[in-house]
Design a protein around this ligand. Structure first.
Ligand code: AMP
Length: 218
């Protein structure tokens, strides 16, 4: 597979983070997750974190200028020369157009876009059951993929946490933001013939196989 920009599209809970992590390992190219970068900024209480915190906890999108700035800065780092995987970006039409301009300026051409499709009832189960290890980043689900010991990471024994925005109210807003702002990107990329659909409702290993073969075929 040659160097390229891969975009993972999908609703909150579709498995973008899980798939991006696995793909990053397989292709040895970085995963760029705007959500992770923002959460880290919130934890460290940087100016960016302070700007983003309220929006994130409410399940609303952080303004385009802020997120585009993060991505442009991250893409320009040297570890992206072989390519990169965008997880959670773009999320609006303005962000997608921005990305197209940045890629053109880098001579990198069109992104490869995979849409992870998942039904709403599965999304809700994944979001309400999600637990994260803050030490190693492993993602569990108390219904679908529970740790061996309740609420504790199998790998390093860290107590698992629920994301601040994985509560009912925020989840409702995040799904609405997805439907209003992000879903139109499916058509945007389909019209450009850049979109590939992957059924994201199956277990992660099965989805991962499809993700890799979709990219190989492209
Ligand atoms: P995620 O981890 O991708 O689910 O993102 C968590 C939260 O970070 C989102 O609900 C937004 O508040 C914010 N966020 C992440 N990526 C973006 C983006 N591309 N545009 C706007 N807000 C974002």
């Amino acid at each position: 597979m040659k160097a390229r920009a891969v975009v993972l599209l999908g609703a909150p809970g579709a498995g973008k983070g899980t798939q991006a992590r696995e793909l990053s390992r397989r292709l040895s190219i970085p995963q760029i997750s705007t959500g992770d970068i923002l959460r880290d900024a919130v934890r460290r209480q940087t100016l960016l974190g302070l700007q983003a915190k309220a929006k994130m906890e409410a399940g609303e999108l952080v303004p385009d200028e802020v997120v585009c700035g993060i991505v442009e800065e991250r893409i320009s780092q040297p570890d992206n020369e072989k390519g990169f995987i965008l997880d959670g970006f773009p999320r609006t039409l303005a962000q997608a157009e921005f990305l197209a301009r940045v890629l053109r300026a880098r001579g990198q051409g069109e992104p490869q876009v995979l849409n992870l499709g998942v039904d709403r009832d599965i999304l809700l189960k994944r979001l309400t059951g999600r637990r994260i290890c803050t030490t190693c980043g492993e993602i569990y689900n108390i219904y679908l993929n529970p740790p061996r010991q309740d609420e504790v990471c199998d790998k390093d024994g860290t107590k698992l946490l629920r994301r601040a925005d994985d509560n009912e109210e925020s989840i409702r807003h995040r799904l609405a933001a997805y439907e209003n702002e992000t879903q139109p990107l499916i058509d945007y990329y389909r019209r450009q013939n850049l979109l590939r659909e992957v059924d994201g409702s199956r277990p992660p290993e099965a989805v991962s196989r499809d993700v890799v073969s979709s990219l190989r075929r492209a």
